[in-house]
Write a protein that binds this ligand. Structure first.
Ligand SMILES: Nc1ncnc2c1ncn2[C@@H]1O[C@H](COP(=O)(O)OP(=O)(O)OP(=O)(O)O)[C@@H](O)[C@H]1O
Ligand SMILES: [Mg+2]
Length: 314
């Protein structure tokens, strides 16, 4: 990826909706063939940023080039060359798999004969060929997403913009979907996606963490994790609040992250700390379900970054 060709180049992109800043001066570059993930909480601006790059929305200020074309001056060229799978992709549920693909071929003005050939290729690629005559509405969630991806691929785009393509899809189908993304990457397609799943971010070449319209950190998953020097102690208990209080009473500056049904405690000397934690909890008669030392994951890294940058998370 060293002598890479930049295919997405955004500079200070800015978009607001009647006073709400959705995308705040975002600059980034993406190279050809990268899988680039955008992660961040609800309302961070991920979809808006993608829509700006796909020329569905125009920015208020800033600029961007996609495959060398200017998003303001050359939107038609960009739309011809990129595929966009929106967060709520609409399939025609009462049309068959094949008819949905035909519809997209028609939108992209693909001549009939070529469309037929492309349809066969896309169905083979997504392994949906056995279902070509099935109505889209009767497909499983994972298959619907594969069909949505297939529709997006009909005009052979060089860049794919996927907005939360696997949200709500079961883990096995998600893995299958990712296999398709890796196959596309191997053919040189660039993939830019928004995802709520950190395991998807971990499979990407680079990850940008977006918060309140800004990209507050961008790196490879490996570099993100190695930049995090400390280890983590996972604590599970039915009494998380009490456990947190008891620990903060002893160590007021202890870094504790609320993480779903567990606490994640960031510490330099984890083995010694772990021993002391179990003593403190025992003394306070707080029952423990689990207490173990683990490596940080991307979520730990992002929460830490938020705290360092004073984005006021817990
Ligand atoms: N068309 C619109 N009109 C008004 N406000 C909008 C519009 N689109 C987005 N917003 C606002 O802009 C902000 C960013 O929204 P956006 O959908 O880009 O975030 P997101 O990161 O994709 O969130 P999610 O994870 O929920 O999909 C939010 O505050 C949202 O309410
Ligand atoms: Mg979104």
């Amino acid at each position: 990826m060293s002598t890479s060709q930049i295919v997405i180049e955004a500079q200070n992109l800015f978009k607001e909706f009647s006073g709400i800043i959705a995308v705040n001066e975002v600059s980034l570059n993406v190279s050809k063939g990268e899988i680039f993930s955008l992660v961040g909480p609800d309302g961070a601006g991920k979809s808006t940023f993608i829509r700006l790059l796909c020329t569905i929305l125009a920015p208020d200020s800033g600029s961007a080039r996609v495959l060398g074309f200017d998003i303001r001056k050359e939107p038609e060229e960009i739309r011809r060359l990129v595929g966009y799978m929106p967060q709520k992709f609409s399939l025609y549920e009462d049309l068959t798999v094949e008819e949905n693909l035909n519809f997209y071929a028609h939108i992209f003005s693909i001549p009939l004969e070529e469309a037929q050939k492309r349809e066969d290729e896309v169905l083979k690629f997504s392994r949906l060929a056995p279902f070509r005559n099935k109505r889209a509405g009767t497909l499983s969630g994972g298959m619907k997403q594969k069909l949505a991806l297939s529709c997006t691929l009909m005009h052979s785009p060089s860049i794919l913009f996927l907005d939360e393509p696997t949200t709500g899809v079961d883990p096995i189908s998600r893995r299958e979907f990712w296999q398709l993304l890796f196959d596309l990457k191997a053919k040189g397609t660039t993939i830019f996606l928004a995802t709520p799943y950190l395991e998807e971010a971990e499979r990407s070449n680079r990850v940008a963490f977006m918060h309140t319209g800004r990209i507050i950190a961008c790196n490879t998953p490996e570099k993100f994790k190695t930049s995090f020097k400390e280890k983590i102690i996972r604590l599970k208990s039915d009494h998380l609040l009490e456990a947190k209080e008891a620990l903060l009473k002893v160590w007021p500056d202890l870094k504790i992250i609320n993480y779903g049904s567990e606490l994640r405690i960031i510490s330099g000397d984890v083995s010694e700390r772990k021993r002391k934690i179990s003593k403190i909890l025992m003394k306070n008669a707080i029952p423990l379900a689990e207490l173990e030392i683990t490596d940080p994951d991307l979520n730990d890294v992002f929460i830490q970054i938020l705290q360092e940058k004073n984005y006021g998370n817990n």
